[in-house]
Design a protein. Structure first.
Length: 166
């Protein structure tokens, strides 16, 4: 069980601080909730009922620097392949995006980035759906890595490139 003050990653919301564990409800039907404050969405609040295992499963501890470096290096030998079928690709990419799995999202970002580079060299662009998924996955990955590595999110790509060149 998490406690107030812990940092967690929650679904597609990203890094959150558990502000408190609070009882809420009415007429004797109170439930306990984790009250999450997203680090990068200052005005947002997320309430996760402690008795809802499906929502609790979407929470995980924030990784540490060693784990961040390990998943970046693991990317070298485990690239995500491009799926040519638009419908299958969209389903697969959305599944990864909604998984909350940092490593899989890093693979997704790398895959879409490389495809975008290849298309760009032939004077083409990514499809809009791919660009949207890329932007969402990139923000999630970069925000968590920036938080863990104590750098700005705009420095994450250089950090990743540097690690992959080691």
């Amino acid at each position: 069980m998490y406690k107030a003050g812990d940092n967690v990653s929650y679904s597609t919301t990203g890094i959150c601080e558990i502000a408190e564990i609070k009882k809420m409800g009415a007429a004797g039907k109170e439930k306990e909730y984790y009250v999450l404050k997203p680090i990068y969405q200052k005005s947002a609040t997320v309430y996760v009922p402690l008795n809802n295992s499906l929502l609790i499963e979407k929470m995980r501890p924030v990784i540490n620097k060693t784990e961040a470096d390990e998943i970046i290096l693991k990317l070298k030998n485990d690239p995500l392949g491009w799926i040519n079928d638009d419908v299958k690709r969209n389903v697969a990419f959305k599944e990864i995006l909604h998984s909350g799995d940092l490593y899989q999202m890093l693979r997704l970002v790398a895959c879409i980035y490389l495809q975008g580079e290849e298309l760009s060299s032939n004077k083409h662009k990514l499809k809009t759906a791919d660009s949207i998924i890329f932007a969402n996955a990139e923000a999630y990955v970069y925000n968590e890595l920036a938080f863990v590595l104590k750098i700005n999110s705009n420095e994450v790509i250089e950090y990743i490139k540097g690690k992959l060149e080691e």
